[in-house]
Design a protein around this ligand. Sequence first.
Ligand SMILES: [Fe+2]
Ligand SMILES: [Fe+2]
Length: 392
Amino acid sequence: MQHRPSFRFFEPLLYRGRFYKESCQSVVLSRGGSDVRPFAYSTPRLAEEGQVFLPLPFRHEGLSALARMREHAAPLGEIQERLGVEAGQEAAFHAFFTEQAPVRAERFAGPGVRVRYFGHACLLIESRDVTVLVDPSISYEYPTELPRFTFADLPERIDYVLITHGHGDHINLETLLQLRHKVGTVVVPHSSSGMADLSLKLLLRAIGFPRVMDLDELESIELPGGRILGLPFLGEHADLDVRAKLVYLVQLEGRSVLAASDTNCLEPRVYEYLREDVGALDALFLSMESEGAPMSWGYGHMFTSPLPRKMDQARRLNGANFARAAPLVDLLGPKRVYNYSMGLEPWLGHVMGLAYTATSPQILESDKFIAYCRERGIHAERPFARLELNLG
Ligand SMILES: [Fe+2]
Ligand SMILES: [Fe+2]
């Protein structure tokens, strides 16, 4: 168009050719005894006392078998062999296991819908018939003053995992690999196949998820007693054509929850048009990522020359601020508003790499937003660590 050339990018070939090196993948097992961990994207990792290094591709089925052992006992020798644990690592490996039977989480039996906030952007939405987990980032159990939901609080089976977008705090491979054995279908946003818009479907299939489906805007999945509807996710795109982002409306048993993630209400008219599709909303979960990362953090490597600083700053990956979030509340009229996905939980420090104070712009914007909702008689809060919500 406009007599300008463009690229045709054959993304599936990326996973077949010499650029996809599974030898770059490996797993480190260690005991979770603290919320403080090294930043997730600092590699390579050097061996530490008590850790077990497994040079395995993420798709390796032994990793699912290991995760399954949280709930179902299996012989230690068998899993050790399957994972190829070396002789020198045996003692460290055995220290991860116990002969004590786990306490099973009871399945939600209704009536209505239960929503559990597992921290940051992770929500478990359950009816008596369906279990949906959004943006899984699950914490683990250890003696701590800060109670939270952990892997032990997940049901035996998760019907749908919904991924809102490809940022590390929303598509957490560490958690996903530990859930692979119990997930029915992973739902991801449809991408445009552009070079700056990587397909999450191809990525998850390559790492061993057999059932991944992509959903486009206004497409839905029928559920027993409801549906999942994909809605537009604006913002956080650094002015690039990034489409692999979706907001999910989960409707079950006549209740309705919108996991709006890091969306930015850049054009309120979009939501004006969608108001009828959304209908009555029991709970709106929305982030306030008003100061996103500079463009170069996500996309700098795709430019043929370094980004001028002015561009890098002007095209930040911003989510909503108060002024952008308020119209969403006015247009959709939710009964409850939760300003989630704020990176507050200490156990996600290794992914978020940030620490807010009471005067951080994100928190100031969030405070204004919550006050705005409350003035309108809407229940509003900023959840921290854990929260349970029973709808109906
Ligand atoms: Fe994001
Ligand atoms: Fe986020």
